[in-house]
Write a new protein. Structure first.
Length: 256
């Protein structure tokens, strides 16, 4: 079985690796947080599935009606983001990596050294009409770190997150949802009132922190891979407890 020898951290997952461990001792040793370790283990398992012939698989979050709407309305949001800047944008389809992280932003405006990512909110209730709302929503979702990752990859100075409130497509609505609320009421609001933009400036200090954490994740992944490859029948683990248990000559082993 041929496993990937290293990993690239997705920009959308940077928020998962950037936290510090809870214990002072772990922080002083520069160890990864439990959340970061869990993320790397999940990626390892994704690679294990890939090595077994299962491609394009992502474990963990499987999506929901909110992400479904975002995918369906992505092209409309990108078009609108160009319109409000008096430009014509198309979806960026170039994924980049720098050996540590990988990402594919929605819009790459090379001339303006600007990244734009569109986020389609689901309803009037969940849409951040006000800047402080949008900033909090972006921070909670880890978009601030995601944008720093994009700016590092694409060598940009600024990154915008455009929160768009667009009518929900009928085909993505659930049976108990009201078209009056998700379509008609939304369309009654002028389009220029239905977008809130959060702008981030490139922060090389944060980017350096991302670089350090991503490198530690790669080191942790390599340790996982080495332990996995070392697993064999009849070979004890590194557990001291197991090694101290004497062999029982009367023990029977049944293979199922």
């Amino acid at each position: 079985m041929k496993m990937e020898e290293n990993i690239l951290i997705r920009c959308s997952a940077l928020h998962a690796i950037m936290g510090d461990p809870k214990s002072k001792e772990a922080r002083e040793k520069g160890e990864l947080s439990k959340t970061a370790q869990d993320y790397v283990i999940m990626v390892f398992k994704e690679n294990l599935l890939k090595a077994g012939g299962v491609n394009d698989i992502r474990l963990g979050f499987k999506g929901n009606k909110y992400t479904e709407k975002g995918l369906v309305m992505e092209d409309t949001a990108i078009k609108n983001s160009g319109m409000i800047r008096f430009k014509s944008y198309k979806k960026n389809e170039t994924r980049l990596n720098n050996g540590l992280i990988t990402g594919e932003c929605d819009i790459y405006d090379e001339k303006s050294r600007l990244i734009i990512d569109t986020k389609c909110t689901y309803s009037i209730e969940s849409h951040p009409f006000f800047l402080h709302e949008a900033e909090q929503k972006a921070s909670d979702a880890g978009y601030d770190l995601q944008m720093q990752g994009y700016m590092w990859l694409y060598d940009c100075d600024y990154a915008d997150v455009d929160f768009w409130l667009l009518p929900t497509p009928i085909e993505t609505m659930r049976n108990n949802e009201d078209a009056d609320v998700l379509i008609d009421a939304v369309n009654n609001i002028p389009l220029d009132k239905r977008v809130t933009t959060v702008r981030y400036k490139r922060n090389n200090l944060i980017i350096k922190q991302i670089e350090n954490k991503a490198a530690k994740c790669q080191d942790f992944y390599k340790r996982l891979l080495a332990e996995f490859q070392d697993k064999k029948f009849g070979r004890n683990s590194t557990s001291k407890t197991e090694k101290e248990v004497p062999e029982n000559p009367n023990r029977k082993v049944v293979l199922l």
